[in-house]
Design a binder for this molecule. Structure first.
Ligand code: KMT
Ligand code: NI
Length: 184
């Protein structure tokens, strides 16, 4: 299962796990209720034929798909891109990633108290980060991830760095945080 935990605020190597002492983990329901982040387990061996990914794609209307590899060798402007990914931001649309190989961390802000939650993603994890939530991404110490990216319609990857509290997607996110996230 995907692991998620509350982070401490140490400013040492971003690629480390940064647990609280003692560690405090969240299960998938707690993660969803606190943040609206959704998670699906997908087989990396059979996803092309078993229909699980296709069902999600169809139900949620993902019409665009590509693949991103983050490694020193494969990602152009590696240092700059990784810096952008790790700068706290939000998007006007969901950020959907299916990890095919490798691993990394998505950090999302806990709704109520604004504390960072670190979500470890590994091969077989499909994560959906809601629009309007402040978040960031980092590689871990293995420095490698390959992920499929999905989008409804023409992709917009633009990060809006914090603070972007005046954006309507932010206001809508905060409303959902208050009234509760609905399961899809
Ligand atoms: C992003 O937008 O943060 C990324 O695409 C990170 C690499 S995909 C796991
Ligand atoms: Ni993002």
């Amino acid at each position: 299962m995907v692991r998620a935990w509350f982070m401490n605020n140490e400013t040492t190597d971003q690629r480390l796990e940064h647990h609280l002492n003692p560690p405090v983990f969240l299960n998938l329901d707690e993660l969803f209720n606190n943040t609206g982040v959704e998670y699906f387990k997908i087989s990396t061996e059979t996803f092309e034929t078993d229909g699980v990914l296709n069902k999600i794609r169809h139900e949620r209307g993902y019409s665009y798909e590509d693949e991103i590899i983050c490694s020193k060798e494969c990602l152009q402007d590696y240092d700059e891109k990784l810096k952008i990914f790790f700068t706290e931001h939000l998007h006007t649309d969901e950020e959907i990633r299916f990890i095919v190989e490798g691993s990394g961390y998505f950090d999302v802000r806990n709704g109520k108290d604004d504390i960072w939650i670190r979500i470890e993603v590994v091969a077989g994890d499909l994560i959906i980060i809601p629009s309007g939530i402040y978040h960031r991404f980092t590689l871990d110490v293995k420095n490698y991830i390959r992920a499929k990216r999905f989008f409804v319609g023409e992709p917009v990857w633009t990060p809006h760095n914090r603070p972007s509290d005046e954006m309507s997607c932010r206001k809508e996110y905060l409303k959902k945080l208050e009234t509760g996230f609905k399961c899809n």
